[in-house]
Write a protein that binds this ligand. Structure first.
Ligand code: FES
Length: 164
């Protein structure tokens, strides 16, 4: 059931709302389709803002609390906007021992973000992740698709300045 009144949201364009309505229309009669709907909505918008979750709840004829419950339970869903560049800092044992905390602190000092944060201008999101399987290169951080190993905290700014 498509709805006429889309909530106002700066990150959701009219085209996105049209796609969201199609996603809901195609799935609202399918039991257990909520995760699929949330995944497709996140692909469309980039993350799941709260008004979108309310809108999905209405369209899928579910309680908002149920939709929020599912969206917050699965780590695949993000309720906050992500940056243009995603920094994944490995917090596994080897990287921890080799000083990934210092690397992350340096990112915090230079860019004002802690683990889980996104910069106001959305340049970077900083995520802590489990062992990336490259312990020989510890400490390791991945920026988008690029693996940076043996990261020296003093080099952090140089490395990250490449990403705008
Ligand atoms: S602990 Fe960081 S790559 Fe294994």
């Amino acid at each position: 059931m498509a709805m006429d009144h889309h909530p106002e949201h700066p990150d959701i364009t009219a085209e996105m709302w049209a796609d969201i309505d199609t996603i809901i229309d195609e799935n609202c009669a399918i039991p257990g389709a909520l995760i699929t709907v949330l995944r497709l909505c996140q692909d469309t918008v980039g993350y799941l803002p709260a008004p979108l979750l309310d809108y999905v709840a209405l369209g899928m004829n579910l309680a908002s609390s149920q939709v929020f419950g599912v969206a917050t339970f699965y780590s695949l869903f993000s309720l906050k906007p992500k940056g243009r560049n995603i920094i994944k800092a490995c917090t596994g044992t080897a990287c921890y021992v080799k000083g990934i905390k210092e690397v992350m602190n340096r990112i915090g000092t230079n860019y004002g973000i802690n683990e889980g944060d996104t910069m106001e201008d959305r340049r970077f999101t900083l995520e802590g992740v489990r062992c990336l399987g490259a312990c020989g290169l510890a400490p390791v951080m991945i920026v988008n698709e690029d693996i940076h190993g043996n990261v020296d905290p003093k080099q952090v700014k140089n490395i990250l300045e490449e990403y705008s």
